[in-house]
Write a protein that binds this ligand. Structure first.
Ligand code: HEC
Ligand code: HEC
Length: 237
């Protein structure tokens, strides 16, 4: 979502203002930042927080995100399956790795304070529990599934960044390759490895485990093996 004409300076002034409504103003600024890819100054970034996270108690139908909904996220106590024990670190992990932020947002910056107030404003449950995050370490073949379900999975999980299958129409970044056509090069690039396994590894590991890029990884909680199998059937892999 692009918001015409907001000025970082003006909104930052609101966020840092004093008075009883200062947290409310900061939360409003935080919501704007949450939805705007320009939070990151990198010209290669096309993602906002909202690209990968819902903010409603359960994500809207037709959304399968790599990241959890951030409703009730502020008081989970630990994040990223226990890897992060400070909320700002959990946010900055995304900011630096996925949004190509040059450096983590400092604790006392208007942006991190505003994002904090926004996350608190959508977190009514002070006793929220940490959520699991199961990484598939060794990418392995999965049973194929139903093609129609696979199409739903593609739309819900991949389309926001990769656009329409076969053409990439509507993708949010030119850096995301056209699926499944890109896999036709895999015999040359990854000789001896089944193209399906390359895709499974990319989905499960994102940019990590030496894969590279800036795509997020999908944990088992975010995408089941059954849905991944259905997706591969849809992609004819
Ligand atoms: C490209 C996708 C992507 C973007 C963009 C992104 N995140 Fe994330 N985020 C993830 C994934 C994947 C995880 C790990 C799964 C999880 O814990 O939700 C995660 C985890 C988190 C968590 C920890 C949630 C938990 O309970 O474990 C927080 C908080 C968070 N992100 C906030 C943000 C904020 C704020 C932004 C914007 C500054 C942002 N993220 C941008 C993908 C993304
Ligand atoms: C938040 C945006 C985002 C989402 C969601 C996303 N991708 Fe990606 N993906 C990218 C970007 C950007 C690249 C190129 C950079 C990289 O390799 O990380 C990429 C690269 C890939 C590649 C490697 C392409 C190549 O050039 O070899 C594959 C395969 C892939 N994605 C599959 C998927 C599948 C399948 C889904 C859905 C389950 C998905 N992606 C969801 C952003 C995304």
């Amino acid at each position: 979502m692009r918001l015409a004409g907001w000025s970082v300076v003006a909104l930052a002034a609101l966020a840092t203002g004093c008075g009883d409504d200062a947290p409310v103003k900061a939360a409003e600024y935080g919501e704007v930042l949450f939805n705007d890819a320009r939070l990151s100054t990198s010209t290669f970034n096309s993602f906002s927080c909202a690209t990968c996270h819902a903010t409603t108690p359960t994500p809207a139908a037709g959304r399968l995100d790599s990241g959890y909904t951030l409703y009730d996220s502020a008081f989970r106590g630990s994040w990223w399956g226990g890897y992060e024990t400070r909320l700002l670190d959990a946010v900055n992990f995304c900011y630096v790795n996925f949004m190509r932020g040059v450096a983590p947002l400092p604790e006392d910056s208007p942006q991190s304070r505003a994002l904090y107030e926004y996350l608190v404003s959508i977190s009514p449950n002070r006793d929220a529990k940490p959520l699991p995050f199961t990484v598939v370490k060794d990418a392995a073949e999965v049973a194929r599934g139903d093609k129609a379900r696979g199409q739903e999975v593609y739309r819900a999980a991949c389309q926001v960044c990769h656009g329409e299958p076969h053409t990439g129409a509507g993708r949010n970044t030119e850096l995301a390759s056209v699926l499944p056509e890109v896999t036709r090069e895999y015999d040359e690039v990854f000789p001896g490895v089944p193209p399906s396994l390359v895709v499974i590894e990319k989905v499960r590991h994102g940019q990590f485990f030496g894969v590279g890029g800036n795509m997020p990884p999908y944990s088992l909680e975010a995408l089941s093996d059954a849905d991944l199998g259905a997706l591969l059937t849809f992609l004819e892999l």
